[in-house]
Design a protein around this ligand. Structure first.
Ligand code: PAN
Ligand code: ZN
Length: 181
């Protein structure tokens, strides 16, 4: 049997799945409201990534599903850390499996935009584009991703964060520009 995905849960049906958990305490400096972030138990799971085993090397692909929990740090929705690829020209495809949220995309020039993620949505992330998932819904947001094994992750270039943040404000989902300086 080849590996599969259970659509209802977004989980892989395969052996040898590798799972990585990212907890609140791992996301230093990621959320806007530092006091609210400190108030969360450091062991709170924000997201998990399940990966199928892949060979490494030029031309090979990783397949992984991110399960991003619903929740907020202060008024800001839970999100992934977000990254550029180390090999900047390498793109990626995301596919929405369950839940609802946003894919935040940002160019190297700092221009940011969103795509709506929902069950069945397909997102082609071009090269040279940073990406982050944001869960604006009330259930787990799961999205499957396929990317070249040679792409690598560059988190450091976004240490200052993305140009847009997403909050629940007076009962509405609101994106706000961020001033750095
Ligand atoms: C995804 C991400 C995953 C977790 O598999 O790695 O959603 O996000 P962070 O890596 O930003 O913590 C992907 O985009 N891989 O390239
Ligand atoms: Zn990526």
């Amino acid at each position: 049997m080849p590996p599969g995905v259970a659509f209802a849960s977004g989980h892989f049906t395969a052996e040898n799945i590798i799972t990585k958990t990212t907890r609140s305490g791992d996301l230093v400096g990621v959320f806007h409201d530092e006091a609210a972030w400190r108030a969360l138990p450091a062991g709170t799971t924000i997201y998990q990534v399940e990966m199928l085993p892949s060979p490494d090397g030029e031309g090979e692909l990783f397949v992984g599903t991110t399960h991003l929990n619903p929740g907020r740090v202060g008024d800001e929705f839970y999100m992934t850390r977000g990254h550029f690829h180390q090999r900047r020209e390498q793109g990626e495809v995301y596919f929405g499996l369950r839940g609802s949220g946003l894919l935040l995309l940002q160019s190297e020039q700092g221009e940011a935009r969103f795509e709506q993620v929902s069950q069945g949505s397909v997102h082609i992330i071009p090269g040279n584009t940073a990406h982050r998932l944001i869960n604006t819904g009330s259930e787990v947001l799961s999205a499957l991703a396929v990317w070249p094994t040679i792409a690598g992750h560059d988190y450091a270039s976004l240490a200052q964060g993305f140009a847009l943040r997403v909050f629940l404000w007076e009962g509405e989902i609101q994106a706000r520009g961020v001033q750095y300086g």
